[in-house]
Design a protein around this ligand. Sequence first.
Ligand SMILES: NC(=O)c1ccc[n+]([C@@H]2O[C@H](COP(=O)([O-])OP(=O)(O)OC[C@H]3O[C@@H](n4cnc5c(N)ncnc54)[C@H](O)[C@@H]3O)[C@@H](O)[C@H]2O)c1
Length: 441
Amino acid sequence: MTNSRRDFLEQSVGSVAATAASLYVAGASAQEQTSKDTNRLAVAVIGPGGMGTAHTNQLAKNSSVHVAYICDVDANRAAKAAETITQQTGVAPKVVSDLRRVLDDKNVKAVWIATPDHWHAPAAILAANAGKHVYVEKPCSHNLREGRLMIEAARKNNVVMQVGTQCRSTRFIAEAIDKLKTGIIGEILAAKAWNSQIRGTIGRQQPSEPPKNLDYDLWLGPVTERPYQSNFLHGIWRWWYDFGCGDIGNDGVHDIDIARWGLGVEKHPSRIAALGGKSFFDDDQQHADTQYVVYEYPGMTKSGKPKQLIFEQRIWSPYVQEGFENGNAFYGTTGMMILGKSGKYRLTGPKNKLIEEQSGDGPDLAAHHLNFLECIRTGARPNADIEINHLSTALCHLGNIATRTGRVINFDPEHETIRDDVTASKLLTREYRDHWAKPIG
Ligand SMILES: NC(=O)c1ccc[n+]([C@@H]2O[C@H](COP(=O)([O-])OP(=O)(O)OC[C@H]3O[C@@H](n4cnc5c(N)ncnc54)[C@H](O)[C@@H]3O)[C@@H](O)[C@H]2O)c1
């Protein structure tokens, strides 16, 4: 890690901790604490489900914030998260199911959005337009066009928009990337990201009545109306075209983001080729369980030749590759790095001679929260700023478009359009129903 980056992370953690210490009064009664809460940053958690629970637990421990609202369209999940906050902080949050109630409250300064993917852009854009700072889960968008609208909303409203790729704030990963930038394996011409793990089946279901605790119409949001099916949620919405981006946009996006970071490509690719589909699961899931994508970035090597980023996915593998369930390989002209975001890397040189092996901590959610809060204070761009994540999430969308059409995608990186392919171009956005949360632009 460079000194500047290390200092930056340390200052971030240090200053937020100091702010927290000055605001928090240990042992105060709930009533006393409520008055102190006016000094803390009032925040809300929207979608305290799987990952939203991790955010709720993290925020409950952070004495510089006050979780003023818990918002979930599933009353059971909202009640559980509210109980966590009440038990851990002594102050009960307001519980709502419609995120507009959170956005209406002028006291709320920041929101954590951990809904399914189809709600990321609609919720983040509404929140930014309401003047809230936004921490939104990855993949930042459900389609490429939404990502662009999110950037515009963040910039227009001058709010911080951090995306939930917490590896961007993880010291060990940043150090590994800095090591690559020293030229230790020569010039990196190609990088690979892989997602190799074993997932479960979602079976086959017919439409049925939604459970009483769920506001299904709110859960659908601006998605074209369709009847409820029990294998839409929770968590498993990600395997459906209407709601998720498949595993490339789920676990894959973390590794693709690291691959792009290490490869040093701060732009969109120009050509995308992919093959894939369902080789294993025999069920309702629509996205590929097996996928191979190559992205080409012309003119990016020192001599003006293309660099390549490769993604591989097999979500039916009861074993890991190169020692890691999900990982990265960086291929340089004099050596190679194998990196697992769980906290290990290995550098080898010519004739596979070991250069160096390092291990450290895995993904650091606390540091990512602190970086977001620090940027709210300073106005700086966060480590996983929406513009950075849009480039990585776009790779998931483009990979899915190439996989679904079975064609090489010729992409115009400047205008974010696909050349000469009407069917593929349609997948750069989606159809929305007439709804208050429909992203406009
Ligand atoms: N950063 C990470 O490492 C990480 C890990 C896991 C998941 N995630 C991301 O977190 C997000 C959530 O994934 P999950 O597995 O927790 O899903 P989940 O289905 O378990 O949770 C989503 C929650 O959002 C609620 N919800 C849906 N629409 C809502 C709305 N309009 N307003 C309020 N609440 C709403 C649901 O009821 C549910 O409780 C996804 O985008 C996923 O990619 C990130």
